[in-house]
Design a binder for this molecule. Sequence first.
Ligand code: IFM
Length: 451
Amino acid sequence: MPQFQLPLGSKMRDPQFVFGVATSSYQIEGATKEGGRCDSIWDTFCRQPGKVDNGDNGDIACDHYHLWEQDIEMIHSLGVDAYRLSIAWPRILPEEDAVNVQGLAFYERIIDKCHALGMKVYVTLYHWDLPQYLEDRGGWLNRETAYKFAHYAEVVSRYFGNKIDVYTTLNEPFVSAFLGYRWGMHAPGVVGESEGLLASHHLLLAHGLAMPVLRENAPDSLHGIVYNATPFYPESEKDEGAAMYKDAANYHWFMDPVLKGSYPELVLEREYAHKPMVLEGDLEIISAPVDYIGINYYSRGVVRFDENGDIESVPQSESEHTDIGWEIYPQGLTDLLVRIKSRYPNLPPIYITENGAAGNDECIEGKVDDEQRQRYLQQHLLALDKAIESGVNVHGYFAWSLMDNFEWAFGYVQRFGIVHVDYQTQKRTLKQSAIAYRNMLLARSEENKNG
Ligand code: IFM
């Protein structure tokens, strides 16, 4: 029987440590035309030829909109403590000022079911599905969108209040801003240096404006933000500055304003010509205290200076990679957490809100042998334990993802699930990694029962 092993005495064996699985609305729900939902920027983006592999889109995805009940029961069968999901803004406010009660009711059924089964819910308000009508007015390049987000946060938190155990304002603002408005490979597909940095400031402002609203409406819940973070390593000693810069541009840019109330100098200097317009008072708003930060970790980067002094990536061809082409580097998770702890003296608790591997998994006679993912998850759990042992305050871990789903510009080819989805029949099959996760959680719960 596959089972992940946690070291004896590991804090992750304590019942307070939260284990969960994560998904996001556009990636699993489907039913894009049902329940009063309006288009999001991803619906529009997917319609543009060549933007998404195979011309895939989220119209059906995992049909979770209809299969949600069996999905929540399946999550419960894994023995997790919590489910991390996101709410689709276009389902809640399909028109600017018209709240769609059908949308709220859909998520309420999910939340109630999770609670009835004894699981906590971690809800992200923005996992990239901006209503298209806001993009039509400039999207995240328009400062107004930050205020629209605060209004949306008000609607959701007034309705759910403390019923949502943990609120997340944004998932991975780096990706929304830079893949969406700088390099153009994500919706809405904008390309431009200044645009990416401006979008990032408006996203952070949105986070900051929403924080007091969430605290007011849900005083007993936890409130925070989730970052993707990639630690960078120099190819050799002479490249140390390159790695430092990449750390700054990749995650300090998004964490410093929230945790220190300033943007990192390194980036401001290098990007001087593209600096976003920061109004007086913005950084005070953005740096409102958070109860936690979430970290999504997948891989590392290795960099060097080229002959022109530009920074270039150094491919690690000797290392093992997952199907999506990302190097498997568990030590990076330990290093990243240690680096973050040393950079931010008032660091709140951390959750690992995503970690996982993409594989080209096949279901053969009812079995999915995802050997690489099992190794990946086991090694990352041990790397996380090392960080905790060295003093980093981590409260939980969520596997990405519960099930195979719409992997953005890669469509359905890349499978991140610990549960296999047959997109023809919508049949779910636990992969060996899900079974190993479940067995570890069962063993932990037995151990905690027996004291
Ligand atoms: O699928 C995504 C998720 O939506 C955000 N974090 C990274 C995952 C894998 O690419």
